[in-house]
Ligand binder design. Sequence first.
Ligand SMILES: Nc1nc2c(ncn2[C@@H]2O[C@H](COP(=O)(O)OP(=O)(O)O)[C@@H](O)[C@H]2O)c(=O)[nH]1
Ligand SMILES: [Mg+2]
Length: 424
Amino acid sequence: MKFPDKKYNMIQEILEKTEAEIEKMDPVNILIAGKTGVGKSTLINNVFREKLADTGIGKPVTKHLRRISKEGIPIVLYDTRGLELEESVQKQVKGEIFDIVAKNKQTKEAIHAVYYCLQANSSRIEESEIDLIKAISNKLPVILVLTQSIGKPAEEFNTYLENLNLPVAAVQNIMAEPFEITDDYVIPAFGLKELIDKTLQLIPKEAHDAFMNAQQADIERKAKAARRWASRYVATTFGVGFVPIPFSDASVLVPMQVTLLAHITAIFGISMDKATIVSLIAAVGGTGSATMIGKMLVGNALKFIPGAGTVIGGIISGTTASVVTSALGLSYIEVLSIIATKEKEGESIDLGLIERLMRNQFKKNIRLNRKKLNTKELEFGSDKALNEAYESYRNMEEGEGLETKVGKVKRAVHTFIDKRKKRH
Ligand SMILES: Nc1nc2c(ncn2[C@@H]2O[C@H](COP(=O)(O)OP(=O)(O)O)[C@@H](O)[C@H]2O)c(=O)[nH]1
Ligand SMILES: [Mg+2]
């Protein structure tokens, strides 16, 4: 393991390692088929990060197929067009789909699954489309995605489809974006988490990490995947073989923590810039050299452990190291979940609040892990922990709002008083 020197820049290292990890991932490749206007782009923009249909690089690979990708997101999407046109064009599209499936087979761009989109308020589908669905299903797992699903019409269409007995792998009704019927009657979005679940069941295991990174419809699931990996990493790193180290050498923990944070960022999949990482690390360890960050992290952690008997004679045991590191990982995942949720909803993130939240969660998780370690092996929190983190962030936001409101009122009152004074 590389021993970090004083100039070691933890943040840069985390960013570089994360990028390298994502580049190393084999992308997940999905074909999205369906007539123009059914909701393919809306689906893509809501299931995957960064509004991929709008912001991704779309390259026409054939006349009717567009390959969509974006740097830093390990996914390749193939979007079709022209299926609504006359039969001769439909035949071309069909031919192009099969060509690309055959061409990419056995390569890194082999298509893993197909979302075949049909509008759920249709009454029937044409023979040619039925043939196409059957033909693709022979080669690849197809999920029939029934878009813009609304109540009864969708139910009737589902019954009609069931009777057709198509050889598809799964069917999923969705509403990718809230649908406004009137100003005060809105059908909320639904079905995307289920679509994520069904997709994960159909694509190969090797593509799971990439898919998890790219999707944004199920943030809890991202957090779970990250926790599962982190818990294994901490257990193997600080398990039986861990040699106790002197506190003054706490910086030897830094490379492990960099690996932890970089891998979490990579499997979580988040569009995060340097400023955010700086805030998160600064919150728990400062931004100085590795030696300093290492000591601060451990030092801060020890402060939060009531009656810490762990640094006997200035030695950090495997237990202490794993408490500190797992608390770091857990807090990081909780905060990433909040950042990802805000990002998905297009809301801004307050870095100051994020920093405070990271510190609070770290404190909380140190205590939690310590208690758990006394009784059984290290266990990572549940969705309850995640919900609590959301709750604290929301409270913090509201708290801020209240303060500024109070401030405004105060200022207004003073101005009023000042004016009156002047008048008299
Ligand atoms: N509210 C809402 N509108 C949708 C949804 N899906 C599609 N639409 C509407 O249908 C139009 C066409 O969808 P689009 O995604 O562009 O279809 P594409 O041609 O298959 O890519 C959009 O402009 C939306 O107005 C949805 O889930 N919710
Ligand atoms: Mg489109």
